[in-house]
Design a protein. Structure first.
Length: 276
């Protein structure tokens, strides 16, 4: 048991946390993922329960191999569910859909296409009834938001890794998803670029208020971005081990977070969890 900002946190409490149905955007119930192997079934996730509220930003941490990416890919509809359920606004997911935007660790752009064309790929699919000019305006708007107003017509192959990830962020926000899923989007970047893109991400998120679920290995990133940090137990049979409320005002700055009285208490709690 641990105490953070006056709140006791126990495993029983985690299992019993639930929100009014009209507040819940994403609901994972008794989720299970099994991979068959020659030596028998390998259970990656089991009895995993998590509710995420509308307009909430949740970060997820845990050791490598605990099933974080597996869980995110199941939410995205890219990986079949072995048992349990995942619903968005009360409706069970049935494969990928425009209600869930994904930002991967690798931007996964079409290298021969320009920044604008890459963003338009999704926009054209999601807004087929908009005019060509309207769709182009949407793509340009989000590229400007991520600081790429001078790179509309540069091919993805000509962009640095950080700029490519900016295109990935613009592409995900441009389709106006209900849920934004981020799989360590800054994990391959240097610390300076990482900090810049964290600031860009949270600036756009503050305006759009899309429910966001982000995997990260970086404790400081988890605290800076999140309303709640979800900690997963080590696999196999991983599930939610602890949940930490981050009670910092929004909009927040890196300086205000680092200077907050609770910052190092939060940080110690997360590191202690990961070390046990």
């Amino acid at each position: 048991m641990s105490i953070i900002a006056g709140h006791k946190i126990t495993k029983n409490l985690i299992e019993n946390i639930s929100f009014p149905s009209n507040e819940v955007m994403l609901d994972l119930k008794d989720l299970k993922k099994v991979y068959p192997t020659p030596k028998g079934d390998y259970v990656v996730l089991e009895h995993l329960n998590l509710q995420i509220r509308k307009e909430e930003f949740v970060t997820i941490i845990g050791h490598s191999g605990c099933g974080k990416t597996t869980m995110l890919s199941m939410i995205a509809g890219l990986n079949p569910i072995s048992d349990g359920s995942i619903s968005v606004l009360g409706k069970p997911i049935k494969g990928p859909g425009p209600d869930r935007g994904v930002i991967f660790q690798s931007p996964s752009l079409m290298p021969w296409m320009t920044s604008l064309q890459n963003v338009l790929l999704g926009v054209n699919q999601v807004f087929p009834h908009a005019t060509k000019a309207q769709r182009k305006d949407i793509a340009k708007y989000y590229l400007q938001k991520v600081g790429l107003e001078d790179a509309f017509h540069k091919k993805a192959s000509e962009l640095s890794q950080g700029m490519q990830q900016r295109v990935g962020i613009a592409r995900a926000f441009a389709i106006k998803p209900k849920v934004l899923l981020l799989d360590e989007p800054f994990g391959m970047l240097d610390s300076l670029t990482r900090g810049e893109l964290q600031d860009i991400l949270i600036e756009i998120w503050n305006k759009e208020k899309i429910t966001a679920v982000m995997i990260t290995h970086d404790v400081d990133e988890a605290i800076f971005l999140a309303d709640r940090v979800v900690m997963m137990t080590s696999g196999p049979k991983a599930k939610i081990g602890d949940i930490l409320d981050i009670n910092f005002d929004r909009p927040r700055t890196r300086k205000s977070v680092l200077e907050h009285d609770d910052y190092y208490t939060y940080r110690k709690h997360l590191i202690d969890f990961l070390e046990h």
